[in-house]
Design a protein around this ligand. Structure first.
Ligand code: ZN
Length: 310
């Protein structure tokens, strides 16, 4: 089941209401389309004209870099899926176990590199910036691979594996230490037979703010938690401004594309989905390109013949 319930009703309804506000009376609304096109030449015409592009990315683009998602078939850490461990309840019950899980993920991700899809987005962003055009990336991925690829204008709506938040003073800090604390060294093995490390709470990552020393947690949005309203506000702004939207590596029935992309589509703005699969939502968008992002994106985002500044 997709984690739709990550979004509180309040925000859901706010975003839903947002569908109506950006539509001007002149806007031609086309909510349903018979079939999305997979004509790259037609997409490239939209791309050439676009001044403000929004890219919404999800787990699929990370999976192409070998980042495990802990969802779906075989997606387990020990005997759990992400939704068992990525919750405030799991952290309250067993902070050592949750930190082992995140320590493992940090270590794995630090050994991974952005793929051709990440690089195509970053390169396109830098190139279009020189032409006075904007590319904004809204990602639900917490692995920072977009950042590592050089992407700058980035909204990480689910936080980052490489940020911590203090459970006492609330301070958010970048943290790339490996291991994050001595007690987690060599811990976090994913095999189902592995014993819990049972690290005492005082040996888990602790806040370094003067006089605090509180327990740190990963600065990621867990199941059942709210997304940062300030970031959602920025997302809303970008969705209202964009004149082309790419949905990359995330099925459009799953949050956030399920809410964000239709909001854009409802204004008559072209939405292009790049995914390894089709979904029932695919038919709501103008374009669908099936295949790995590392194959489809470099072609889609390459310099267009009409670009005057490279
Ligand atoms: Zn603190």
């Amino acid at each position: 089941m997709p984690p739709l319930w990550i979004v509180p009703n309040r925000l859901f309804s706010r975003l839903y209401c947002g569908l109506k506000s950006p539509i001007s009376t002149q806007t031609k609304i086309c909510l349903t389309m018979a079939r999305p096109s997979s004509n790259m030449a037609d997409f490239r015409k939209c791309f050439a004209k676009a001044k403000h592009i929004v890219v919404i990315s999800g787990a699929g683009i990370s999976a192409e870099s070998g980042v495990p998602t802990f969802r779906g078939e075989g997606g387990y850490w020990r005997k759990w899926k992400a939704q068992d461990l990525a919750t405030p309840q799991a952290f309250a019950r067993n902070p050592s176990q949750v930190w082992e899980f995140y320590h493992y993920r940090r270590e794995v991700v630090q050994s991974k590199e952005p793929n051709a899809g990440h690089l195509a987005i970053a390169e396109c962003q830098a190139r279009l910036h020189r032409q006075g055009r904007q590319v904004v990336v809204i990602t639900q991925n917490i692995d920072e691979l977009h950042r590592k690829a050089g992407t700058r204008n980035l909204l990480e709506i689910h936080g980052s594996l490489f940020k911590t938040r203090c459970t006492s003073c609330g301070v958010v800090a970048e943290n790339y230490k490996s291991p994050i604390c001595p007690a987690l060294s060599g811990k976090g093995a994913p095999d189902p037979q592995t014993q819990d490390a049972g690290i005492p709470v005082e040996k888990l990552p602790r806040c370094e703010e003067a006089g605090c020393g509180g327990l740190l947690r990963p600065h990621v949005v867990w199941f059942g938690e709210n997304l940062d309203p300030a970031i959602l506000e920025e997302v809303d702004k970008e969705l209202a401004l964009c004149d082309l939207c790419l949905v990359v590596g995330t099925s459009s029935v799953v949050y956030p594309a399920a809410m964000f992309a239709p909001q854009v589509s409802a204004r008559g703005v072209p939405v292009a989905e790049f995914n390894t699969e089709t979904t029932p939502a695919t038919n709501r968008f103008r374009f669908h390109f099936q295949g790995p992002c590392g194959t489809t994106l470099p072609e889609a985002l390459a310099p267009h013949e009409t670009e005057t500044v490279s």
